[in-house]
Write a protein of this length. Sequence first.
Length: 619
Amino acid sequence: MELQVTNSPFNQEQVELLNRLLPTLVDSQRIWLGGYLAAIQYAGIGTNQNAVLSSTVAGDTAPAASAIPVSQSSTQSKSVTVVFGSQTGNSDALGKKVAKKLEAQGFEVTVSSMGSYKTGNLKKVENLLIVVSTQGEGEPPDNAIPFYEFLFSKRAPQLPNLRYSVLGLGDTSYEFFCQTGKDFDKRLEELGGHRIADRVDCDVDFDEAAGEWIEKVLLALGQGQADLLSEVKAIDSGALASESEFSRTNPFQAEVLQNLNLNGRGSQRETRHVELSLEGSNLHYQPGDSLGIYPENHPRLVDELIEALGWNAQELVPVSKSGDQQLLRNALLRHFEITVLTKPLLAQITELTGSPSLAILQSAGHEQELRDYLADRDLLDLVVDHSLIGVTAQQLVPLLRKIPARLYSIASSLQSNPDEVHITVRTVRYDLQGRDRYGVCSVQLAERLESGESIPVYIQHNPNFKLPEDPNTPIIMIGPGTGVAPFRAFIGEREETGAQGKSWLFYGDQHFSTDFLYQTEWQHWLKEGALTRMDVAFSRDRDQKVYVQHRMLEKAKELYQWLQEGAALYVCGDEKKMAHDVHAALVTILEQEGNLSPEAAADYLTQLQQQKRYQRDVY
């Protein structure tokens, strides 16, 4: 069938050109052309050589991207580089799955961790996809630091031929939401790059947003066919379907085998050791991985919230975009987050209610007050403090985000505990503003989950916190409190596999008599040789508090010698203080024992990170 001026939107000259071209195309060329036309329509590029892509992302407006000449887009490369920066493994899993999607569409894909990527190759890259998370106060994850620092250094090259897109992972309850992704997106534009597709910033429930970003990237790279895009499903960070049907988006109901308090009588702390059955799940993990648990909110808080708002607990409310409904009380118990407030939620509730006091809280000059409020308060506080009576469940519930999974470092070796997974959880309870507060998951585990009951779980693989491939490599482990959990898995694995490498554990807590977690197991491993040495610090047993970093400094000479012998160094636990203090102690040890300057000591640790000999699981 030939095109004619009368049956098409083209003029006579265009019709003649198309009628000469179309009969000469093979199927693959027609498919490519269809995808290309869809891509340039999506990108907003017409025949105007000065056309530009705009980049406006929810809550954050980026400068307009540089112009992309049509001539450049029409010769798109089939080579794509995917780099990811990940602390817990989400970005790692997403990056690799994006790469597989692209490979299935015929692209030549290079996929790499930012920590392993050779930055000298960046100038040769034509299509770059970045998947990166943000940790702490807007900081890049550990394995992204070298790549991040290179891009923001004077050595970063101009990249006028680069086409790129960024997927950021984060948590809207943190002030600097997806900051690392925003930084990369802006910096690549400053270096002359052109956006393939707008940056997408994902909250903790990232599946749908990540899936939409992948669709846009495929379209922009020339894959615009519906049959190809239908293959793009919601991304999850669990095991591949070929390994197990259970994942982050389809958790396994794991039965509780044992749930006991590790702390002795008189301790100010309660730490639960929970053993769960994975029998029948086909879920697998390695030491260093984490267990994701979907918890339930405390029934008391749910009931108090329903009472404060005057709602009917038996009212049906939507729990998904597809229209699924559940009773209000069940929805608040199992589906929605009510213990954490975020800036987006406050903005939406302010718009809904018109509350003057909420508007003032979010206005200029009240930034610190807002930070403090978000850090301490929950949804019930918000309702009471700002008199939100009269808001209906149908209005408010759709504004709430899904309750996120809690991640816990796995404290067991699958080799020594087949079909089981163990975790170590510190119970959180405190009083604020005259009301009892609860750690959502920790208190559920402590008070409302007995042997024989079950809870939804999945495995979070973390390739950034792994034992050395060579079992003869010495390892140094630093894990105070519940940070010791993965090292129980490390030593259990090494005992089971007969690894010969030396091992050294630094452990600390409050009191020797009541807070020495897994004491008998460490003593057994020391006796049998699976654990070579152990140094402990119990901060409340003496007038002057002693922490693990002090023990490290006391053993500086031996610790430095282990590093010189090739030991791998692991840190697990609190990111805000402990991890920084430990890092500072390591710098001091390198300066003192290695006669290094502060700059050289910092470079030494950076090199260890790049060699995967300095790994951290911090939270």
